[in-house]
Design a protein around this ligand. Structure first.
Ligand SMILES: Nc1ncnc2c1ncn2[C@@H]1O[C@H](COP(=O)(O)OP(=O)(O)OP(=O)(O)O)[C@@H](O)[C@H]1O
Ligand SMILES: O=c1[nH]cc([C@@H]2O[C@H](CO)[C@@H](O)[C@H]2O)c(=O)[nH]1
Length: 307
């Protein structure tokens, strides 16, 4: 596939990430550090793509508040086409609040994506030209089911890629599985999508089950364990790069960006996976979903380490 212009449709959040200095105890406060930074699955993918020099177009909704203004500016400064992002004056910009254990793993999180559920298209609010000009649409399940269906129906010649986001949101894709060209998910979200128990099937079996529902390319990740790719009837297993994780936030988002970066440069899925894993590994080694250390050069250097 030789396609280059990617439109990302999804959430733009301000993430508030807390790292506890000691194990959490219920009913009391825990000393730690709290940082704020840009987030949201859609925006993380777009920022990681921009780091890889791709100039994606982002579509989503922001509130008419200070967080919204800050996020719009930071996406633009990254090199993302933000011309069609909508600002809803009386809306609240989306946010994500995460509590991380002292070892960096996630304790729990809340995602306030209400404003992203307002993304919709109609005769009076048609799909913007900047998105129509794209060859690939990457959607994620912070969007409402109806909006996902609408985009899938309007895809025409475009590649339609989708990400499951979370266990709670993954089932939103059930009605449009046969419209999806590339599905990005992890083991728990795949199980939720298939309505089966976590651990009931292996990563490869999950990929095969989803592919059997009519999706040409399925990728199922599992943190630092091998990722499964099912494409054109063939299933393969791909071992992530071995790195010391600093912050795993946005690892899956960086994988998607790296995979689509390589796909847009004519790589077959089985090779594009390598770029996805390299992009994810550079991301987990640093803080934040699209670190400054992610670039075409660092990605190539990481790929060469394995050859
Ligand atoms: N601890 C880790 N060590 C090394 N690589 C990792 C680690 N965690 C994630 N990765 C890399 O990132 C890829 C995606 O990770 P994961 O399966 O956690 O996705 P995800 O659950 O969608 O992530 P997120 O929701 O945080 O974006 C993995 O296939 C792997 O390459
Ligand atoms: O339901 C959601 N959970 C988490 C995210 C985003 O993913 C990142 C953490 O994995 C973070 O940036 C958050 O905003 C989201 O957009 N929707």
């Amino acid at each position: 596939m030789s396609r280059s212009k990617v439109g990302v449709i999804g959430a733009i959040h301000l993430d508030r990430i807390a790292h506890a200095d000691r194990p959490f105890k219920p009913d009391t406060s825990t000393p730690g550090k709290i940082v704020s930074r840009p987030g949201g699955v859609g925006a993380n993918i777009a920022r990681a793509m921009a780091r890889l020099g791709m100039n994606p177009t982002m579509y989503g909704c922001l509130g008419g508040d200070a967080d919204g203004a800050y996020l719009a500016q930071s996406l633009q400064e990254c090199g993302i086409d933000t011309s069609c992002i909508r600002t809803l004056d009386d809306g609240r910009t989306g946010s994500y609040l995460a509590l991380h254990n002292p070892d960096g793993t996630l304790f729990s999180a809340i995602s306030d994506s209400l404003i992203t559920s307002k993304v919709c298209f109609s005769k009076t609010n048609p799909i913007p030209q900047a998105l129509l000009d794209c060859d690939i649409w990457l959607c994620e399940t912070n969007l409402e089911e109806e909006t996902l269906l609408e985009l899938a129906r309007a895809k025409e010649h475009r590649l339609f890629a989708a990400d499951t986001v979370s266990i709670a949101k993954a089932p939103k894709l059930r009605l449009l599985l046969s419209e999806i060209d590339i599905l990005f998910t992890n083991t728990d979200e795949a199980a939720a999508l298939l309505d089966c128990k976590p651990g009931q099937f292996t990563t490869q079996e999950l990929a095969q089950k989803l592919a059997s529902m009519g999706i040409p390319t399925v990728l199922v990740s599992d943190s630092n364990k091998p990722l499964a790719l099912c494409c054109k009837g063939k299933t393969s297993s791909h071992t992530p790069f071995s790195v010391v994780p600093v912050d795993v936030t946005g690892a899956g988002d960086a994988f998607i960006a790296g995979f689509l970066y390589a796909s847009s440069r004519n790589n077959e899925p089985v090779n594009a996976v390598k770029s996805g894993l390299a992009s994810a590994s550079i991301t987990v080694e640093a803080t934040g979903a699209a670190p400054e250390t992610l670039s075409p050069q660092s990605l190539n250097a990481r790929l060469l380490e394995r050859n």
